[in-house]
Design a protein around this ligand. Sequence first.
Ligand code: SF4
Length: 352
Amino acid sequence: MGAIWQVFGTDAHGMTMSLLQACDAIALVPRDGSVALKPNLVLASAPEAGAVTHPGVLSGCIEYFRACGVQNISVIESSWVGDKTLRAMRTAGYDEVCKRYDVPFFDLKADKVRTVQTAVGPMALCARALDAGLLVDLPVLKGHCQTRMTCALKNLKGCIPDREKRRFHAMGLTKPIAALGAALRPGLVVVDSICGDLCFEEGGTPVQTNRMYAGTDAVQIDAYGCALMGLDLDEVPYVRLAQEYGAGTAHWSEDDLVLLNEPNDAEPYSPPTGTVARLTRGVHESQACSACFASLVRALYASGDASGKNIYIGQGWRGRELDGLGVGRCCAGAKTCVMGCPPTAEAIAQAL
Ligand code: SF4
C-alpha cells in the first residue's frame, strides 16, 4: 500500500507545494515528459462553494513542477454536460493563474477522442488525458447526489467527451467510473478537501475541513476519502470495483498516513450555516479544529438523526470529565470517546 501525505491549513497554494515536495512528485514525471493537471471544474462556481478545485492547487502544482525544470505543463478539463468549460474556468479564477504562469488551458470538449478497450467494453477518451506523461488528478472530496461521494476516480469523468458522459449515466455510473479509473490510472492525485460540499457535487453546503492529501493510487485515495466522509465502501461501490478492474487498491491503514503538520495548525473552523448548522445543533463545541469538526459534520450527515446525543468536540474540553460522546483525543475525558486527531467520520459514525 502507498503512503497518503496529508496537510492541514487554508493556503491551497502552499499546502500543494508541501505535498508535492513531500511525495517527491518530480520523480513521477517520465524523462522529457509532460504534466497534465486535471482539476474539478464540474460547473461555473466559486471555489468557496465547495464544488471546484481551488486555483491555489493549480498554481502550487505549476510552481512546483516549473521549479523542477518541467516545461511542458498544461491544464485539461471538460465541465459537465450543460455548462461551458471556459466559463467555469474563468469563474474559478483559473484564467488568471494560467496567464500568470503562461500555461495553456485545454477545454477537452474540443479535444480529439480515441477509443480504448476497458473492463466494460470500448470507451471514448480524450487524447490529451491519454497522452499525458504524468496525469495529475486534482479532485475535490465532496458529496454526490447519485454516487454518495466523488473524489479521484469520478473526477476523471472530465476526461471523456459529453456523449460518453451521457452514456456513463445510462450505464449507472458505477461500472464505467471504475473502468475509467483503470484505463487512465493517474500517476498522482492531490485532493482539495479544504471546503468540499457535504451533499452535492454542485456545491452550496461547503464544510470547512482545511485539509489536503495526496497519493499515487486513485483507488486508495478514494477509499480514504470514504472514511473521511463517514461512508462505508459498500455505499460507494465503484471504489472496490475499480480495484477489481486493476485501477489500484482499496485498502489503507493509519500506518499509510504521513502528516506534514497538525490539524490545529489550521485556521479555526468557520461558523456553520444552513444544513451544517442544523446538523450540529446541540453539539458542545469548544475550540475545535476544522478537520475534527468537519469529520463530525460528515458523520452526522451520514448517520442520520443524532438528536438527543450529548456530543463534545474541541481543544477547550481537554482534561475535563464529560457526560456524553467525545470526538477526538481532546475529549478523552468523555464517557465514550472516538479517539484520533482528528478521527475519521467513519469512526464517529460508528460511535453514533
Ligand atoms: S482531537 Fe483536538 S487537536 Fe486533534 S483535531 Fe480534534 S480538536 Fe484538534
